[in-house]
Design a protein around this ligand. Structure first.
Ligand SMILES: [Zn+2]
Ligand SMILES: [Zn+2]
Ligand SMILES: [Zn+2]
Length: 464
């Protein structure tokens, strides 16, 4: 089921069961001052809804040897069909679902495919991982045979995922993720926006920024590291759930601070690709030091908190949906995690923060896309939040384009820009044939999703 139809179905169910979705309720919700007032009001309506209660009772996808065996068999079928990407995906699922001491067979199956396809060092890693688990005699023997074969080759693995990250030659003095070619301006009509501080040639790198947080799209979960977004054929899973996978122990460790709260809650937020748990944890953890590695970006939540949510312009579903999600999120976290006591935060403060994060996420996230090494098509990998890149305004004829290196966004000029001119990107989909055929469709989309009427050069003179 696709992402949008899943959301629609959920909203429909919750609306029917709770009765929250009426015009008079919308009006009332809109006038409530704080996030926690809105969540408390919504909870009165949602608390008897079967769907709401089912979500709160749901347990995270658990490991199961039965599922692990099923995926290993599926993987073998793909190997016979020579569909190696699909096979890697299934064998990784087989490892993710295997109950702790039962994964040696799954590791052995993946190690064999890695060896047969020439990924020798990845193969040796899997042999090592598999050997540390309980092994039957047959598995022990096949791991030993594979080891002998894989160690013969010293050629490096040929899995190159992305080119080296571009470098900003002259950094902005206040925004380290930006170049000195641009500056941030604020005015009453357009709010914050980015302008050229001097004449900029085409092809110049303006921004290199690491995502503040990101969440995987379900279809990319078993082929990419959830922390650095690298394509990886030998991911290692979270020991508790089958839902979080990493390319290395290092990435796994980095994800621990937020994943420990995601690990026990409903799968719903992952299925819907919602970032709020990571955002909330990072916001509460904002005092964590920013080391030299953080040079490309500021991880501080204060920058994220200033991004627009257009709360006052929202109506109907755009108004009550984030409130519903925040209500579910709060009660789920409260019931299944220790977040309230760990951060010594009051229930009302946590409600406010969750609501704020869901609102920011709903309007500021970037679709992190990547070109498939198999067929060259652009695939959606994750939804990411970027503090600085979100300040670029939209134009239907943008002079900048963005692309991704793992979790980093890179923004580059596509034409010469005069000093003082605004730098724009498109909000209507990057890398794809323009999804909106007419000016009207495009303007309606921007108004529905981002709550503004486009007055860019391409739209001037069309409508009002
Ligand atoms: Zn990684
Ligand atoms: Zn987990
Ligand atoms: Zn326009």
């Amino acid at each position: 089921m696709s992402y949008s139809s899943k959301i629609e179905e959920l909203i429909e169910l919750l609306s029917q069961e709770s009765g929250l979705n009426t015009e008079s309720n919308h009006k009332y919700l809109k006038n409530l001052q704080h996030g926690f007032h809105k969540l408390n009001y919504a909870h009165e309506y949602l608390k008897d809804s079967p769907t709401f209660n089912k979500i709160l009772e749901e347990q995270k996808i658990r490991k199961s040897n039965k599922d692990s065996d099923k995926w290993r068999k599926k993987g073998t079928e793909y190997i016979q069909l020579q569909k190696h990407m699909d096979a890697f995906e299934c064998l990784t699922k087989s490892i993710a679902f295997a109950e702790n001491e039962n994964s040696s067979e799954a590791f052995a199956a993946r190690a064999k495919l890695l060896c047969d396809t020439g990924y020798f060092s990845a193969c040796l890693q899997d042999i090592d991982r598999g050997s540390k688990k309980q092994c039957s005699k047959t598995v022990q023997e096949s791991l030993a045979n594979l080891k002998e074969k894989a160690t013969k080759y010293e050629i490096p693995d040929h899995l190159v995922d992305f080119d080296p990250l571009p470098v900003i030659t002259d950094r902005n003095s206040t925004r380290r993720s930006a170049s000195s070619y641009i500056e941030l301006r604020t005015d009453e009509t357009v709010g914050r926006h980015i302008i050229a501080a001097k004449e900029i040639p085409a092809g110049e790198i303006l921004v290199v920024e690491k995502s503040f947080v990101h969440t995987m799209f379900p279809e990319s979960k078993y082929l990419h590291c959830h922390e650095c977004l690298k394509l990886c054929y030998n991911l290692i899973p979270c020991p508790q759930c089958a839902d979080a996978l990493y390319c290395s122990d290092n990435c796994k460790q980095q994800a621990e601070s937020y994943h420990k709260y995601e690990c026990d809650v409903s799968d719903l937020y992952g299925e819907l690709t919602i970032n709020f748990i990571k955002m909330v944890v990072k916001a509460l953890d904002d005092n964590s030091s920013t080391g030299p590695e953080e040079y490309y970006y500021k991880s501080r939540f204060t920058d994220i908190a200033t991004l627009v949510t257009n709360e006052e312009k929202r109506n109907g579903i755009n108004l009550y949906y984030p409130i519903m999600m925040a209500t579910i999120g709060f009660h789920d976290l409260k019931r299944k995690t220790t977040i309230l006591s760990d951060f010594n935060i009051s229930e009302n403060d946590l409600k406010n923060l969750i609501y704020e994060c869901i609102m920011i996420d709903s309007i500021n996230s970037f679709n992190i896309k990547k070109f498939s090494p198999v067929d060259g098509s652009a695939k959606m990998i994750a939804l990411g939040i970027y503090a600085f890149s979100s300040l670029f305004n939209h134009s239907c004829t943008p002079n900048c384009q963005y692309f991704f290196h793992g979790r980093n966004i890179v923004i580059r000029t596509t034409s010469n820009i005069e000093k003082g001119d605004e730098c724009n990107i498109t909000y209507c989909g990057n890398y794809s044939p323009h999804p909106m055929k007419t000016v009207e469709e495009r303007r309606n989309y921007l108004e529905d999703v981002f709550f503004f009427k486009c007055h860019c050069k391409a739209c001037v003179g069309v409508g009002n």
